[in-house]
Ligand binder design. Structure first.
Ligand code: SAM
Length: 290
């Protein structure tokens, strides 16, 4: 593979001319549009004070802007061929650290180390296969992230921003809404990538709430209630609640005013919080039987 120089479109071009074959299982669809790359980075509000974590830098479509704009960039790339090429192309930037590894095997906070008081910014054109686990990590590291701008499959973006009662609304919608404000910024057509993926993408901005939008005594139980309600999304809620805590459904309906003949998919976050608090009270009262 020849030495690759700026502009980084050349990096992609050089990869295409070389023996390099993109890996489908690693979700290697490289962004080939500089204006979209810039919009993504602008949306993250990156400045010289920002510590950025980039997942999957690939051929550097985002990285090359980040290295000139951010205070520091840690870019984690699973593919050793790409990590090597990036090192060759951008190794001269002191503020860039390229880590060759699977981001799912790494502890994000350890990785980011000195991210300061404001937290770090996560930027990624995510490989489709790891979107779910990355969202889990966003939740787990919520207190250390100031904002995340991620490109995901259009359908996933629809799920994360869906309203109750719609087909796209699911457990992940309500769970993410508890932790983050999720904004859908703009759609990106498949023709903006090399090789072209089968579906369009969307860029999302996730900003952690300073305080959760609903107050709940036990956030872990809220999670469990939401997941249970969607496990059998076509069934009435009282099935799910009785399955979760036997005998609780009548109490829950009396103490929340929520009709448990409804399906879980119609409840908003506030209603899930009411259910979680009432379930906690029910459990406290029936500790010996539960
Ligand atoms: N950021 C580049 C862009 O916008 O053109 C590449 C995006 S491409 C959709 C996803 C990148 O993530 C690929 O370079 C792939 O090798 C890398 N990748 C896939 N799974 C990964 C993982 N588990 N950890 C780190 N990088 C991963």
């Amino acid at each position: 593979m020849s030495t690759v120089l700026d502009p980084p479109e050349d990096l992609l071009a050089s990869l295409r001319r070389s023996e390099f074959r993109p890996s489908r299982s690693k979700g290697q669809h490289f962004l080939n549009d500089t204006s979209i790359a810039r919009r993504i980075i602008e949306s993250a509000g990156v400045t010289k004070d920002t510590a950025v974590l980039e997942i999957g830098p690939g051929a550097g479509a985002l990285t090359r802007h980040l290295v000139t704009l951010a205070g520091g960039v840690t870019a984690v790339e699973i593919d050793s061929r790409l990590a090597g090429v990036l090192q060759e192309a951008y190794g001269r930037y002191d503020r860039l650290t390229i880590v060759n590894g699977d981001v799912l095997d790494l502890d994000l906070s350890d990785l980011m180390g000195n991210y300061g008081k404001t937290g770090f910014v996560l930027v990624a054109n995510l490989p489709y296969g790891i979107t779910g686990p990355v969202l889990d990590r966003l939740i787990a590291h919520r207190g250390k992230i100031s904002c995340a701008v991620i490109m995901v499959q259009h359908e996933v973006g629809g799920r994360l921003t869906a309203h109750p009662g719609t087909k796209a609304y699911g457990a992940i919608t309500a769970i993410m809404a508890y932790h983050y404000r999720v904004e859908s910024l703009f759609r990106v057509g498949g023709d903006r990538f090399v090789p072209r993926p089968a579906v369009d993408s969307v860029v999302l901005r996730l900003t952690p709430h300073e305080r959760p939008p609903v107050t709940v005594r036990d956030a872990g139980l809220l999670n469990v209630v939401i997941k249970s309600a969607f496990q059998h999304r076509r069934k009435m809620l009282h099935h799910a609640m009785n399955r979760l805590v036997p005998g609780s459904a009548g109490y829950l309906s009396d103490h929340t005013g929520i009709d448990l003949k409804r399906r879980g998919e119609t409840l908003d976050l506030n209603e899930f919080a009411l259910l979680a608090d009432a379930l906690r009270a029910f459990r406290d009262q029936h500790q010996d039987d539960c």
